[in-house]
Design a protein around this ligand. Structure first.
Ligand code: C5P
Length: 402
């Protein structure tokens, strides 16, 4: 699949805000146009200080928008038409100021007016100085935008305009184009179906109590997001208490390991990949009391009989299904992970230290495979670990279908 096919005929509004990286927006425009997109460029006042409209006009052969006070015509109702016609709004570079304006919903120029008026997905590629990027205000605005479903193409670490080395360099143009393609569901996993499980199962003792664990489900949610970003159709089977942001995936809610097993068996029937990120309880109470268990006068002890849960992932024997599992251990990590990989028939297992990972936003993982050497990832946010895992699925699928 080439880039040139996937953006063909797509209407993209490219908002450029005022940082030195604005000059890179010309290259981005050129790549989008070469890929077949119809690109309407909107420049903020800040951008105009760095780069001229004629550059974008020559690249797109279309009018470049620089002010909210453009005259309307019968065909063109200013920001309303630009917003309505858009299939995607990209803001690149997105400065700290523009990110804050978008988060607040301000409308003080054409770019922010289009951003508020459009129903199209929004993708932003921030670029700024290291400390501006890490400032709590910027990160808070980004969290708000992410919560609203905006895709953020994180900046890179490298040489900044000041000459310093730090975070905040605009993502390379190819990465922004790649993200634009995945917004249209045209990534490398397009046409693939991925099932992800998330959270710690709840094994009922009575109607109000359960045996659980500390898993937040975050890794599973990030895996679902990453799979969707790469174009897969995703079913996320999550325990009731897992926080799931607004996203374009099928969500199935479960509580116990047995519920999860039912949901997984149904979902994998039409799937190519199963990623078992859930922390499944090994044992469950032998019986669930129908009424809340009452303490008896003088009672000082209570015994709950437990029985073994089925191993969900080991029990799925669908030919051709790529199974990915997790091993969170407190000791002998790689040794235990390796034996689980074999015992459960997995293509890949993600091994990490249980104490540092469960409930945390970061993870330091080693990926072990059935058919190749291990990959050690440094300590990274779970979002990045998830993308690294999901990016490897294509090679595992190709191998299975070879
Ligand atoms: O054996 P252990 O629980 O450590 O294995 C972890 C892996 O197996 C995870 O991918 C987990 O989701 C999966 N698992 C399962 N069914 C169970 C227990 C674990 O599918 N009953």
């Amino acid at each position: 699949m080439t880039t040139s096919q996937t953006l063909q005929g797509k209407r993209i509004v490219l908002g450029v805000s005022g940082g030195i990286a604005a000059y890179k927006a010309a290259d981005l425009t050129s790549k989008l146009v070469q890929a077949g997109a119809i690109v309407d460029v909107v420049l903020t006042d800040g951008a105009l200080a760095f780069i001229r409209p004629l550059t974008f006009n020559a690249l797109t052969r279309r009018q470049v928008h620089t002010t909210l006070n453009e005259p309307w015509s019968l065909e063109q109702a200013g920001h309303v038409s630009i917003a309505a016609d858009a299939d995607l709004l990209i803001v690149a570079p997105a400065t700290a100021n523009t990110i804050a304006r978008l988060a607040l919903g301000l409308v003080d120029d054409m770019l922010t007016a289009v951003a508020l008026a459009t129903q199209a997905p929004i993708l932003i590629a921030p670029a700024m100085e290291h400390h501006m990027w890490h400032h709590a205000a910027t990160q808070h605005s980004l969290a708000i935008l992410r919560e609203r479903g905006v895709t953020v193409v994180d900046p890179e670490t490298g040489r900044l305009a000041s000459g310093a080395i730090g975070d905040g360099r605009l993502a390379v143009v190819e990465r922004i184009v790649e993200q634009a393609r995945t917004v249209f569901g045209e990534g490398p996993l397009m046409g693939r179906r991925v099932v992800v499980t998330a959270g710690g199962t709840q094994e009922a003792i009575d109607p109000v109590r359960y045996i659980g664990n500390r898993s937040s489900g975050r890794m599973g949610v990030e895996l679902a997001i990453a799979s969707r970003r790469l174009g897969a159709s995703v079913t996320l089977i999550a325990v009731e208490d897992v926080d799931i942001p607004n996203m374009d995936v099928t969500i199935v809610r479960v509580r116990s390991a047995l519920d999860m097993q039912d949901a997984v068996e149904t979902a994998v029937a039409s799937a190519d990949v199963l990623i078992m990120a859930a922390a499944v309880a090994v044992f469950r109470p032998a019986t669930e009391a129908q009424q809340k268990i009452k303490k008896q006068p003088g009672q000082t002890e209570m015994t709950i009989e437990l029985v073994r849960n089925p191993d969900i992932v080991a029990g799925i024997g669908k030919p051709g299904l790529v199974k990915v599992g997790f091993a969170a251990e407190t000791e002998h990590l790689l040794e235990y992970a390796e034996s689980k990989l074999r015992a459960k028939g997995l293509a890949m297992i993600v091994a990490n230290d249980a104490v540092g990972t469960i409930g945390s936003s970061d993870s330091e993982a080693t990926l072990l495979f059935a058919d190749r050497g291990p990959i050690h990832l440094p300590k990274l946010p779970k979002r990045d670990v998830a993308m690294a895992i999901v990016s490897l699925l294509t090679s595992l699928l190709d191998r299975d279908h070879a």
